[in-house]
Write a protein that binds this ligand. Structure first.
Ligand code: ADP
Ligand code: F6P
Length: 369
């Protein structure tokens, strides 16, 4: 039996994940490996859907066609013919999941035992830092892992690029261009909210790509008065359609103020248990900026489901190739990334320890222009 490589996608899906899987399948099969897709991230490792009982397997070589068939809700053989149709497509045909149990050591051991019983001793994990922690756990339990960065957030410190980031930025750029057009027609300032979890990279890059006048990121403290002052300055200069880009999870860094009372005093209904949103921010800026009709747009999941850019597809091709080379050399428990524009690898453990840096100077420059 040829050596089996398992591959899974985990965490939030990211454009380019399919291309990465296809790249691994193509390179691995050309070197004589059998490749199996593990469906739904770590849910598949736990064989949640097939409920296949691995305790009856004494030797993976004895697994029958019928056994592999029974495993198909979780584990499916991938051939070039099966995966070809997903080339260049967004989403992940292997499905993804947030498998909460997998943070527990008990389940990590079960997962590693499942894979071993099936003869899958090497796994390629495509995902973000949470998924990398899952891979680290599997490697501590004897499964050889190689990780490929797949997340729109670009929040992995060790790499300059992650699959999906470029596509997400392009989607946000298109959204801002469209919002700016209608903002100009109506002389309305705009707020555009982008994703990124706790990382402001999508916001920063979108702001640079679109010339947005204001930016709020989750890495920096901010207060509403200084943004109201910035917007008022733009309006005084004749710019009645300025754009504020705000990343998600930024309200935790907002200087506290009684926004509910301010809205209620201006006739806007707010519930006590309601959290502040970008729609509230638009209403607050309207109050503080002479009644300017500020409107908010949330770009949302279109950032995750966008058609991968050439940049992401090419990166996926290179990452997949590198992953197979590492497995072939037996150099595992590594993650792949980009440094100084070149594909490289380093230990998963070390990569997870690296602190993220944030370009504060650039953030201030964007807000000052
Ligand atoms: P991402 O991989 O994009 O960061 P998540 O943080 O949601 O996405 O993580 C994806 C999955 O990785 C989780 O649902 C869980 O199954 C697994 N995971 C996350 N954190 C850990 C951890 N500390 N140990 C083991 N597995 C983890
Ligand atoms: O990690 C990708 C991401 O889209 C983040 O930008 C966002 O915070 C999160 O996933 C949203 O997750 P969910 O799919 O649970 O809404």
């Amino acid at each position: 039996m040829s050596k089996i490589i398992g591959i899974l996608t985990s965490g939030g899906d990211a454009p380019g994940m399919n291309a990465a899987v296809i790249s691994v399948v193509s390179f691995a099969r050309s070197k004589g490996y059998k490749v199996v897709g593990i469906k739904g991230g770590y849910d598949g490792v736990l064989l949640k859907d097939s409920k296949f009982d691995v305790s009856k397997i004494s030797d993976p070589e004895q697994l029958t066609e019928a056994d592999w068939k029974a495993l198909e809700p979780d584990i499916v053989e991938l051939t070039a013919r099966k995966v070809r149709e997903y080339l260049g497509q967004p989403g992940t045909f292997l499905h993804t999941a947030r498998c909460d149990e997998f943070v527990q050591e008990e389940y990590q051991k079960i997962g590693a035992n499942n894979l071993r019983a099936l003869g899958i001793t090497s796994v390629v994990v495509v995902g973000g830092d949470g998924s990398y922690k899952g891979a680290r756990a599997l490697s501590r339990n004897g499964i050889s892992c190689v990780c490929i960065p797949g997340t729109i957030d670009n929040d992995l410190a060790y790499t300059e690029a992650t699959l999906g980031y470029d596509t997400a930025v392009n989607t946000c750029m298109d959204a801002v261009i469209a919002v700016k057009a209608t903002s100009r027609s109506h002389d309305r300032p705009a707020i555009v909210q982008v994703m990124g979890r706790h990382c402001g990279d999508i916001g920063m890059r979108t702001a640079m790509a679109t010339g947005a006048e204001m930016l709020i990121v989750p890495e920096m403290e901010w207060d509403i008065d200084s943004y109201a002052a910035r917007l008022n300055r733009q309006i005084e200069r004749g710019n009645t359609s300025a754009t504020l880009i705000i990343c998600e999870n930024c309200f935790a860094k907002m200087k506290p103020f009684d926004w509910r009372t301010m809205l209620r005093d201006n006739g806007i209904k707010v519930y006590d248990d309601e959290d502040i949103t970008v729609e509230h921010l638009a209403q607050l800026l309207k109050i503080k900026c002479g009644g300017a009709e500020v409107r908010a747009t949330v770009v949302g999941y279109t950032q995750r489901g966008g058609l991968p850019t050439a940049c992401d597809n090419v990166l996926a091709f290179q990452f997949g190739r590198h992953a197979v080379e590492l497995l072939e050399k037996g150099q595992t428990n590594q993650c792949i990334g980009v440094r100084d524009g070149k594909v490289f690898n380093m230990a998963i453990e070390e990569a997870l320890e690296m602190p993220r840096t944030f370009d504060e100077e650039l953030y201030h420059i964007i807000n000052r222009l």
